[in-house]
Design a protein around this ligand. Structure first.
Ligand code: BEZ
Length: 403
């Protein structure tokens, strides 16, 4: 050892072993550790039920793979963003800088996604968005490192504007929580509602997490609206739908909206108040395809009879994308360019239909947006398909990848 420091000895010994045994030894040495998947989701607050569904479905997929892909263990590091953008950003920094995650997933809240975007992009961390729909992420703020396995806020709403004007009413009141997703979703609805002859009789944006909608319901009542189109999710969706009914509006004003309003995460709490609500969404657990039937069965078996919702479908597709892309690169998470290329090519049968990313934006192309009505079916209330619109692709205005 004379003339050699311990450090140079180890480096030299490793190099010698590599030369003697060939490159395979070095590769497996470098990649022997677990693959770390960072998860930034709400486990408290208005959207806690969404975070829970996404997580459960991811765990279902990883458990199917025995938590091992290409010979490497999968480790999920979960962080609660508490529905607060500064907390979500801090947790993102921790996962990237301290935990050194290989892939990041989440969040639910559009504002948190917008806050995470630059850290993810500048650190070249691969992010697979498992809910937040902020349109800008598929447009002027798109990134080569960001994929979205859920939806852009535009996708479930743009087809609904024309549909509601034609099939429900031309006198509509709009409502959504006052933050980025609310503005995106109602903006997309207007894009087709107004050209179809629709008249906006009113528009309101209560705070996210509002618990008393009485002042808003009074305004709707006096507006002459024949229908309401609303985006609410989580506990906001429970409170709004129940109070809309309790206030007596359900008899005279048709309630319609983005599918999140009546997903199975909130239907049991809404009960009969949800009956008859018409919404647009890319999924319902009633879809008649083999992948979905297996997903619904496995999910219900694993999670005490719980009905999977669209958020669970997003968690499934996020984890399925990760598993397939990792297999395609033989577990090599070091070569990020190759991993991005593998994710871009990932295509499979999802519970929602054929899953693929739009290469122009890295946002999922929705095989269908289903128009659904809440009805009583075997097993309780559920979203029954009454119409559908094929291949709904975000316009991707202003996105030029690679960016
Ligand atoms: C969002 O903030 O992007 C969002 C939250 C809940 C449901 C749908 C979208």
């Amino acid at each position: 050892m004379r003339g050699l420091t311990r450090r140079t000895f180890l480096t030299g010994a490793a190099a010698a072993a590599g030369v003697a045994a060939g490159p395979r030894v070095l590769r497996s040495h470098a990649q022997g550790g677990p693959i770390k998947i960072g998860v930034v989701l709400p486990y408290t607050g208005v959207y806690a039920v969404l975070g829970e569904s996404i997580t459960q479905a991811m765990e279902l997929v990883f458990a199917r793979e025995n938590w091992t892909v290409a010979g490497r263990k999968i480790e999920m590091i979960k962080e609660d963003d508490e529905m607060q953008p500064p907390v979500g950003i801090r947790k993102t920094e921790k996962l990237i800088d301290s935990d050194k995650v290989d892939i990041l997933t989440g969040p639910v809240h559009s504002g948190i996604l917008m806050g995470m975007r630059d850290k993810v992009h500048n650190s070249k961390t691969i992010l697979i968005v498992s809910n937040a729909g902020a349109d800008a992420i598929s447009r002027e703020r798109c990134s080569k490192w960001i994929f979205r396995a859920s939806f852009s806020n535009w996708q479930p709403n743009q087809p609904m504007g024309g549909w509601v004007a034609k099939n429900v009413s031309k006198d509509v009141f709009l409502m959504a929580p006052n933050y980025a997703a609310g503005k995106d979703q109602l903006g997309a609805f207007k894009e087709t509602f107004v050209p179809a002859g629709g008249k906006l009789v009113g528009e309101d944006y209560p705070k996210l997490g509002e618990t008393d909608y009485a002042p808003y319901l009074t305004k709707i009542k006096g507006s002459g609206a024949k229908a309401v189109y609303a985006f609410f999710s989580g506990t906001d969706a429970v409170n709004f739908v129940k109070q809309f009914d309790q206030y007596g509006l359900k008899q005279s004003i048709k309630l319609t909206g983005a599918g999140f309003l009546t997903e199975p995460d909130v239907l049991p709490a809404q009960g009969k108040s949800a009956l008859g609500i018409i919404t647009g969404h890319f999924y319902t657990p009633l879809l008649d395809n083999p992948t979905n039937q297996k997903f619904v069965k496995d999910f219900r078996e694993k999670f005490a009879g719980k009905m999977p919702d669209g958020f669970a479908c997003q968690g499934y597709d996020t984890a399925e994308t990760i598993v397939r892309a990792l297999k395609a690169v033989n577990g090599n998470t070091q070569d990020k360019e190759k991993l991005v290329a593998a994710i871009e090519k990932t295509e499979f049968d999802s519970p929602r239909g054929r899953f693929r990313f739009d290469p122009k934006t890295h946002n999922v192309i929705q095989p269908f947006i289903y128009v659904r009505e809440v009805k009583e079916v075997t097993g309780g209330l559920n979203n029954v398909v009454i119409d559908k619109i094929a291949n709904v692709t975000d316009p991707g205005t202003g996105c030029t990848l690679p960016a």
